[in-house]
Design a protein around this ligand. Structure first.
Ligand SMILES: Cc1cc2nc3c(=O)[nH]c(=O)nc-3n(C[C@H](O)[C@H](O)[C@H](O)COP(=O)(O)OP(=O)(O)OC[C@H]3O[C@@H](n4cnc5c(N)ncnc54)[C@H](O)[C@@H]3O)c2cc1C
Length: 476
């Protein structure tokens, strides 16, 4: 019997689990996919919003502003890349009133470091902007982060502090029994607990319905992106937003923490909660709409495209509530990533208010070292490590300069990588210009060796995503 079960291993479930792992509670995270960070957390804009966007007084506004304040400390503790690059909401002269309204809302939300800048300063800061843009809101606290790294690190840190992770567990029904709940998976496994935290993202309404809560619904809104080669990573230094619409924050152009350039997202409401395909129409929108903000993006240097699904809630705000030993998190769309540390702190408060958590552990350790760090070391430090373990002297991913030693670490640290995409998200092996064309077979071989499975049993992302069907020549 667990004290608390967190359903969903995205950035929200992960950050909550990490917060709860401070306490002497028996804690479990359950996830329907074969790895953590496979939902919206995997595919988004990766922006730590300053907090000027959300309606004054809303949960979104409160959680965003607090989360953005907490993010530098949390990312430092978890060894996750974070860069305070600042953001600009740019506008044409006809949009000045909107830029001023956003400034006013940001001040009311308590965002620090906001100011409106004029044309000369704007174009001096960002020479590649559309020359017609005449003003902008500069948010000094705006930042960028790696979202899946944050979720992986948060789950890993919770596990290092005693939490259990169960993958491939799709919650299919929940039964109340006495003082607690039985959570039953689609393949008949059962996990019992006293408290549930429902952090199931797009499916949080379905999971809430299993606990008898039909008060809200969540629908998917697609957002497509193009990721452009590191050669273009300095095209802009700030995150460039256009003035937002009711569908979202518009198409942004931003550097990423890993040095690429990101363009997106589109915003299209759909029905299917699994449709993350990219489309021709999406690309056309990105090509044309990004021209509002910048001129001359080298779209011919695009290295990949992807699509994320926003979990749009029926209330328009984050839904965070506790009822009958169930904490429900619904409609955690943007700025959910920015808000994750604050949401975790808030949920900790809800559970503490019910006396669910008990004492803080004496040996709780908030620090975690990621698997991808080698390239950032000095030559002397690298040589010291290679002397002890030659696998750090063997570069597997040439584009991102990832060593075999780091891949082995990613497989064995919490939560261990079990497939090729898992290695990719933890080490960046396969994230570069060739998108794994060169290193994937070597990564498969390392996974097979370290996990003790056959070469052809290593998948791309679990669940039947077969890479190798069998041998074409000989036995080896
Ligand atoms: C296009 C787009 C752009 C965005 N840009 C930003 C941004 O720049 N800044 C920002 O702050 N926010 C942004 N967001 C929002 C942010 O990505 C989300 O708020 C955040 O990732 C939500 O995390 P989550 O853990 O709630 O959801 P998810 O990451 O979706 O995690 C939920 C998890 O629950 C699991 N699950 C679901 N059902 C079950 C079940 N029945 N049993 C077991 N497990 C289950 C899923 O597999 C998944 O892993 C963006 C979102 C999108 C889609």
């Amino acid at each position: 019997m667990f004290d608390v079960v967190v359903i969903g291993a995205g950035v929200i479930g992960g950050m909550i689990a990490r917060e709860l792992s401070k306490y002497n509670v028996k804690l479990c995270i359950i996830e329907k996919e074969s790895d953590v960070a496979m939902g919206a957390t995997r595919a988004n804009s990766a922006i730590v919003h300053a907090g000027f966007d959300a309606k004054v007084g809303s949960m979104k506004a409160k959680m965003n502003v607090r989360g953005s304040e907490m993010m530098p400390r949390i990312t430092k503790e978890l060894g996750v890349k974070y860069k305070n690059n600042g953001s600009l909401v740019v506008g044409f002269e006809s949009e000045r009133a909107e830029v001023e309204a956003i400034y006013k809302r940001g001040v009311e939300n308590g965002v620090k470091g906001l100011r409106i800048i004029e044309k000369d300063e704007l174009h001096a800061l960002e020479p590649n902007l559309n020359p017609e843009l005449s003003c902008a809101l500069l948010a000094e606290t705006g930042a960028i982060v790696c979202p899946y790294e944050l979720a992986i690190a948060a789950v890993g840190n919770a596990m290092d502090n005693g939490a259990e992770l169960i993958l491939d567990f799709e919650v299919a029904s929940i039964e109340k029994n006495g003082d607690g709940y039985s959570i039953i998976s689609s393949n008949g496994q059962t996990v019992n607990c006293r408290y549930i935290v429902n952090a199931a993202g797009l499916y949080s309404d379905d999971v809430a319905a299993m606990t008898g809560d039909g008060d809200f619904s969540v629908h998917p809104r697609r957002g497509e992106y193009m990721l452009i080669d590191k050669e273009c990573g300095n095209f802009v230094s700030h995150t460039i937003f256009h003035t937002p619409t009711k569908m979202g924050k518009g198409i942004l152009v931003s550097p990423t923490v890993d040095g690429n350039l990101l363009v997106g997202p589109t915003a299209v409401d759909i029905e299917d909660k699994t449709d993350t395909s990219t489309t021709r129409e999406g690309f056309d929108t990105l090509f044309t709409r990004s021209l509002d903000n910048v001129s001359g993006i080298s779209f011919n240097k695009t290295i990949t495209s992807f699509c994320g699904l926003r979990a749009v809630g029926s209330t328009g705000d984050f839904i965070i509530k506790m009822n009958d030993r169930v904490v429900t998190l619904g409609g955690i769309e943007s700025p959910g990533l920015s808000s994750a540390p604050a949401i975790a702190e808030y949920v900790e408060g809800l559970l503490n208010g019910e006396g669910a958590l008990g004492d803080v552990k004496k040996d709780y350790d908030p620090i975690r070292r990621p698997a991808h760090y080698f390239t950032e070391l000095s030559d002397e430090e690298k040589n010291e490590i290679i002397k002890k373990d030659g696998r750090y002297g063997r570069i597997v991913c040439r584009c991102e300069r990832v060593t075999e030693g780091e891949i082995v670490e990613a497989i064995h640290q919490n939560p261990g990588a079990r497939d090729v995409d898992g290695v990719k998200r933890r080490t960046r092996g396969g994230m570069g210009r060739c998108q794994g064309g060169f290193c994937s077979p070597t990564v498969v071989a390392i996974l097979a060796r370290e996990l003790g499975v056959a070469f052809e049993d290593v998948t791309k992302f679990g669940k039947g995503s077969v890479i190798n069907y069998g041998k074409t020549k000989g036995e080896d």
